[in-house]
Design a protein around this ligand. Sequence first.
Ligand SMILES: O=C(O)CCC(=O)C(=O)O
Length: 250
Amino acid sequence: MKEMHEQYQENGFVIVRHLLSASELQALREQTEDAILHRTGPIVFEQESGAACAAVPDHYRDEQGRVFRRLSRVIDRGGAFEQVVRGPLADAAARLLPRPLFVCLNRHNMLMLKAPYNPAPVPWHQDAAVWDEGTFEHLSAIVALDDFLPDNGCLEVVPGSHRQGPVGLGWEENTARIQESCRRATAEQAVRMDLKAGDAVLFHGLLLHGSPGNASAHTRRSLTAAFFPGDLRQVSTRRGESAPQVRELP
Ligand SMILES: O=C(O)CCC(=O)C(=O)O
């Protein structure tokens, strides 16, 4: 079995089985359900909430019928969210990136909710190229709260695709160019991240990834955080509201 670092260099991702203990997983699920029940913001909703989302259970909607897509800024929410990011996720990230690590409160730092029968996909993209802010050297870490199944909106990646560099910068250009020029790779080389609840995947900021809609009755919840090997504020070209708000993890 290749070393974790070598796998990461070659494939652009590594899977860490059983990252969370049963009690950490339980605490994350409880905090997630509590936030859904009490609509604790900030929440990002799906743009589509009409007929296409008719089968999404009410549990995953607000009073206006909007479907939850993400609970944002989970690190700020404390409890198990913060503990898992600062503990097991950061420890796994530190096996691939030099410490001190930084997380960014206004980049990936979220609980992804792929509700049952929510048809919305996440289009193929590269996180670091989408953010386009002076560095491509970060990794995104996703820990599964539920098993990722073939039909519940499972995360997919194209192994080795980080080595081609950025394919267009910013969300619009990155997703459009990938659709045009990486069609064959996404159709023929994509692999599903077959995570069980409590497993995690860590992937390079330039790895092509995305996920289809959830066609099943099973929820797909996962916690996602981006880790940076240094202070993003020192390299970022973003100013004003979108300037990075970072926390150093000792
Ligand atoms: O968890 C997923 O399905 C992908 C999430 C993602 O890549 C994103 O929201 O940028």
